[in-house]
Design a protein around this ligand. Structure first.
Ligand code: NAD
Length: 283
């Protein structure tokens, strides 16, 4: 299918970024959220992001016109008219299943459904619908305007033409794609969690300080961020949840360390609270 219109469900951190990428990519775009206040904030974010992209010469449209053509609505049913629905509601399987269940009853049979989940099972969410062949994961990264990758996650039922349509959409959004067979943590979260966990082990073993482990990985391996800086950015509580899930599904190598658990218990959750592995209040 040649996707012309996209509906994004959930206008939080990710949904507004995905809607921005859809507008900038020239798609007729609708953004829906349960909160009118969040929709208004998302509209401002999208306008400012388009203005910024224009100033940097990365986009040559008219920001005001583009925002005027963007539909913002609290009514989920309106998403049903789109060619592609991308869901970005909170990471809760019941909420995702309920949202797709409702959408499935009203959307056109050929409409493609995508979830932006970072860890949940695409097959399990897809099972809430009658459109297994037209269901996939489209995993965007934060912040969406800057990050170049969309990880496409396919289940045993996802059709080749669904993957091809998602690839074409991502290309128009200026993103690159990888295809990943559904499995816990996909490709990116699995590697990232493993590196982060190994860094915690090294810290516990007294191999080096957190600063030196980060420095080694940045300057020696050319990663833009060290594993502890990354964990602080993601949130140590969020990362712990991912590790517990990967530990259950993929085995011992993902077992979270005592040090990590103690940081979470002590409320050292990362940048969002001003302290994690590092103390941001001092800086
Ligand atoms: N934040 C990240 O770095 C990141 C990265 C990749 C993927 N993800 C995934 O993206 C999804 C969204 O994450 P986020 O960080 O944007 O969350 P968020 O909390 O910032 O945004 C979620 C939005 O969904 C809205 N919402 C809640 N229930 C809804 C409903 N029934 N219908 C419509 N809207 C509803 C909320 O009002 C909120 O605005 C999650 O599955 C998350 O795992 C997040």
């Amino acid at each position: 299918m040649d996707v012309q219109s996209i509906a994004v469900v959930g206008a939080g951190t990710m949904g507004r970024g995905i809607a921005y990428a859809a507008v900038a990519g020239g798609f007729r775009t609708l953004l829906t959220d349960v909160s009118e206040e969040i929709l208004a904030q998302a509209q401002t974010y999208i306008r400012e992001s388009l203005q910024g992209a224009k100033q940097r010469g990365k986009w040559d449209g008219d920001p005001d016109q583009a925002v005027a053509a963007l539909t913002l609505t609290p009514r989920l049913e309106e998403a049903a008219a789109a060619d592609l629905v991308i869901e970005a509601v909170p990471e809760d399987i019941r909420l995702k299943v309920e949202t797709f269940g409702k959408l499935d009853r009203v959307a056109r049979p050929d409409c493609i459904f995508a979830s932006n989940t970072s860890s949940l099972s695409i097959s399990e969410i897809s099972a809430a619908t009658m459109r297994g062949p037209r269901f996939l994961g489209m995993h965007f990264f934060n912040p969406v305007p800057k990050m170049k990758l969309v990880e496409l996650v396919y289940t045993a039922e996802t059709a080749e033409e669904t993957l091809a349509a998602a690839e074409a959409v991502a290309r128009k959004m200026g993103k690159q794609t990888v295809r990943v067979k559904e499995s816990p943590g996909f490709a990116t979260s699995r590697i990232n969690a493993l590196i982060g966990n190994e860094a915690f082990r090294m810290l516990e073993e007294g191999i080096a300080t957190a600063e030196d482990i980060d420095k080694a990985v940045k300057l020696g391996l050319n990663h833009p961020m060290g594993p502890f800086e990354m964990a602080d950015l993601v949130g140590l509580d969020v990362r712990l949840g991912v590790l517990e899930y990967l530990h259950r599904t993929l085995g011992e190598r993902f077992k979270p360390t005592r040090t990590h658990i103690e940081h979470v218990q002590a409320g050292r959750l990362g940048r969002k609270v001003g302290r994690g592995i590092y103390d941001y209040k001092k800086k």
